[in-house]
Write a protein that binds this ligand. Structure first.
Ligand code: NAP
Length: 441
């Protein structure tokens, strides 16, 4: 029996949440936090829970990852189950899940990189942030990415926190990453790389950047790398007093960077504004990027027609993500997420988190999202005697699927923790078959 007294009886609402990331867990928490009898199965194609907490949040930001303890507590409820290594489309169809459960919630995030839409984007050495971050975070999909980091100069496109994460992880030394869970395969390449210049390129100005102050400020604290800003790109200091809290802190950090000496440390991290990518250059591999100088008019980026070439052997566009479409689920090509009204897609079908609103906000933004969708479900979906988890278990058995439960995931977690080097929280496993073997051992 669960916290809210859910039994798998006739009056129980059966809900499947697809995606075990923050949005999925907050939805499950809200669904099972009332007196209503509700069973929730949180289904994920990976054998590991927590989605972006594990594979998106930067490996050196362990304190942010602590939020997973809250999701663990949700998973301790008897009426919440994690069903890992079960892939929608491969192992079971959405139609089958909708037959089994009273409601299905798509919490599938936004796993595809948004394209830049410019020439040269397919050259070797151009790697979107989804893939690059997944690679250094040991996401199984990207374990074989093998980016060539034997380059002197890297261009990171975009002025958001993901661009900062990518630049910082490339810039930090092995000792700075000693307490992180950076993937082993990435540590070897990153710490042996001859990178000397990292450029974070913004198509608009410093006031339009979407960095958060804590993340921007960290760039001024790196052991081996000095952050640089061209002071002529910053607005006149007289505007600082009129800026809001976050913008004011960002501006202070950037003004400090403008006084740094390029020779202060061996690696230079350049924040360059008013530059938009026009083409990525190279034959088979990228060797540079053509940028157009821009200005900002009414908040919009406007080209000036003046161009320049920035040499770069690696280009990492960090310009946002798109949700992967699912057959028969209405999808907005324009916004890159499921068509929905406050999370509702169709009768008994919902979405939440980035799959609902696009790739914006912090981890915590998903909480009100999850509450909203849970309230809608509790308000309009009624138990209809569907078989829920019993029906899913039957399919799992019939198809001989090797699912991972929360209890068996704990074996994977224990193996990762036992393998960690001193100071590190875990040594992440990257191979799904190996993880499933450990779970079943
Ligand atoms: P973001 O904050 O939306 O930044 C995307 C950047 O890409 C913007 O600077 C945008 O410029 C630029 N861009 C978009 N299309 C472009 C193009 N065609 N050419 C050049 N630049 C282009 O997104 P994000 O960095 O991917 O982060 C996603 C969300 O996760 C954000 O809410 C972020 O705060 C959050 N996050 C948080 C943390 C943290 O708290 N530590 C870490 C990582 C991510 P314009 O502004 O001009 O459109």
């Amino acid at each position: 029996m669960g916290k809210n007294g859910a039994l798998n009886g006739e009056g129980t609402l059966n809900v499947a949440v697809i995606g075990a990331g923050p949005a999925g867990y907050y939805t499950a928490e809200a669904l099972t936090g009332t007196e209503r009898p509700v069973n929730v199965d949180i289904i994920d194609r990976l054998p590991t829970p927590f989605g972006l907490i594990r594979a998106g949040v930067a490996p050196d930001h362990q304190s942010i990852k602590n939020v997973s303890r809250r999701y663990e507590a949700t998973n301790q409820r008897d009426n919440v189950r994690f069903v890992g290594n079960l892939s929608l489309g491969r192992d079971i169809t959405l139609a089958e899940l909708r037959d089994l459960y009273d409601a299905v919630v798509l919490a599938t995030g936004a796993g595809k990189d948004r394209p830049l839409g410019i020439e040269g984007e397919d050259l070797r050495g151009v790697i979107g942030s989804g893939a690059f971050v997944g690679w250094y975070n040991a996401h199984p999909d990207y374990k074989d990415l093998e980016p060539d980091l034997r380059v002197a100069s890297v261009a990171v496109i975009g002025n958001g926190n993901v661009a900062i994460d990518v630049a910082r992880v490339l810039a930090k030394t092995a000792s700075e990453m000693a307490t992180s869970d950076l993937a082993d395969h990435a540590a070897g390449r990153i710490h042996g790389a001859p990178i000397r210049d990292i450029y974070i390129l913004g198509r608009r100005g410093p006031l339009e950047a979407s960095f958060t102050p804590k993340e921007l400020g960290e760039l001024n604290q790196l052991e081996n790398c000095v952050a640089l800003v061209d002071g002529t790109q910053l607005p006149d200091a007289s505007i600082d007093s009129s800026l809001s809290g976050a913008a004011k802190k960002n501006m202070a950090a950037m003004r400090a960077m403008a006084t740094n000496s390029p020779d202060a440390k061996p690696v230079r991290l350049h924040l360059q504004f008013y530059r938009r990518p026009m083409a990525i250059l190279g034959d088979k591999c990228v060797c540079g990027i053509r940028l157009e100088e821009t200005k900002v008019e009414d908040g919009k980026c406007v080209g000036t027609g003046v161009t320049e070439v920035l040499p770069a052997g690696l280009v990492v566009p960090c310009i946002g993500y798109r949700t992967s479409p699912i057959p028969d689920v209405p999808y907005s090509e324009r916004y890159g997420h499921f068509e929905n009204e406050s999370g509702r897609i169709a009768d008994g079908l919902y979405c939440v988190g980035w799959a609902k609103r696009g790739p914006t906000g912090t981890i915590g933004t998903n909480k009100p999202d999850g509450v909203e969708v849970a309230q809608e479900i509790l308000g309009e979906v009624h138990p209809s005697g569907k078989s829920g988890r019993a029906g899913l278990d039957q399919i799992v058995q019939e198809r001989d699927l090797h699912i991972v439960t929360f209890q068996t995931w704990k074996k994977i977690e224990a193996r990762e923790e036992a393998g960690a080097t001193a100071g590190a929280p875990r040594k992440k496993l990257v191979d799904v078959s190996e993880m499933v073997r450990i779970a079943e051992s």
